[in-house]
Design a binder for this molecule. Structure first.
Ligand SMILES: Nc1nc2c(ncn2[C@@H]2O[C@H](COP(=O)(O)OP(=O)(O)O)[C@@H](O)[C@H]2O)c(=O)[nH]1
Ligand SMILES: [Mg+2]
Length: 287
């Protein structure tokens, strides 16, 4: 599969992000726990160099729990504040807020003791499309009211939400782009639906998905589609699934387009099981 995608707004978005950064102290970077490497961009490290950062591996409900633990350990050992979350669950609010509090505690204490300042950290939620930025902002904001203030660095009218005595949140997330130079990462982004259909057509995405699944997670396919064994090629696997499910065209041929759409949809909604496509030990230092 070759992913064709040219984010033309990248430079502009980056400039806007740099402006926004002037107004905030804390970056809450959201990544997708199913693809922790592909859903981050190594450029973020440079962009956010001067900021306190917390990494949230979101969509843990769809990822392999032991893989998520490995990633969190890897990041924590690397000096990061990293936590897993399921932004769509109510419990996420308390978990993330407690974690932010713990992560900022030392600095807050230092400021109080040395400068007698009660620090309110103003946070910006950032990440590539579809990782759950809006969901997490809504979860954290809960019923807290947004207030508008003209804050240097933030576009006029940008709302700031007071979450607690130590935390404010900028209401509009910073959208960044994934890197698509690594073909495997691009495939993974397409599996989870973070690259639009215009850039990666469902049939090709599904063929890659079936090829990689058959190699690494055959049980996923065998169990969901009740196949006795996996045929040799991804095209044949797709056909076998279509026949099993009755995704057949008039005349009796299988309907690969429909099959591809359905399989991806089922995977993305968690029906095939919890999979993490990237593990820390397989990725480089920047994973
Ligand atoms: N299963 C699951 N879905 C989530 C989670 N967080 C967000 N989503 C879903 O992922 C999709 C994208 O979320 P959204 O907040 O719009 O992402 P954004 O583009 O980063 O703002 C939505 O359909 C959300 O309901 C999560 O933790 N688990
Ligand atoms: Mg959003």
């Amino acid at each position: 599969m070759s992913v064709q995608w040219y984010p033309g707004h990248m430079a502009k978005a980056r400039r806007q992000m740099q402006d926004k950064l002037k107004a905030i102290d804390l970056v809450l970077e959201i990544a997708d726990a199913r693809i922790p490497a592909a859903s981050r961009n190594p450029d973020f490290d440079d962009l956010f160099r001067d900021k306190k950062r917390i990494l949230v591996l979101n969509k843990c409900d769809l990822a392999d729990p032991s893989a998520t633990q490995k990633w969190i350990r890897r990041y924590t050992e690397g000096g990061w504040f990293a936590i897993g979350s399921t932004g769509t669950q109510r419990s996420a609010r308390k978990e993330i807020l407690d974690f932010i509090r713990t992560s900022t505690e030392a600095e807050a204490k230092r400021l109080l003791e040395t400068k007698n300042v009660r620090k309110t950290f103003r946070a910006l939620v950032v990440g590539i499309p579809n990782v759950g930025k809006s969901t997490i902002i809504n979860t954290l904001a809960g019923s807290a009211a947004a207030r508008t203030a003209n804050i240097p660095g933030l576009t006029r009218g940008t709302q700031v939400i007071r979450i607690s005595s130590y935390l404010e949140l900028v209401d509009s997330p910073g959208v960044l782009w994934p890197k698509l130079e690594n073909q495997e990462h691009a495939n993974h982004l397409a599996y989870v639906g973070s690259i639009g259909e215009n850039a990666a057509d469902p049939y090709s995405v599904c063929i890659s998905f079936l090829r990689e699944s058959a190699q690494r997670f055959p049980k996923l396919i065998l169990e969901r589609y009740r196949l006795e064994e996996l045929p040799e090629t991804p095209e044949e696997i797709l056909e076998a699934i279509c026949r099993k499910r009755g995704w057949i065209l008039r005349g009796g041929a299988h309907d690969p387009e429909r099959g591809a759409q359905m399989i991806l949809q089922e995977y993305r909604s968690g029906k095939l099981g919890r999979v993490t496509w990237e593990l820390p030990e397989e990725e480089g230092q920047n994973g």
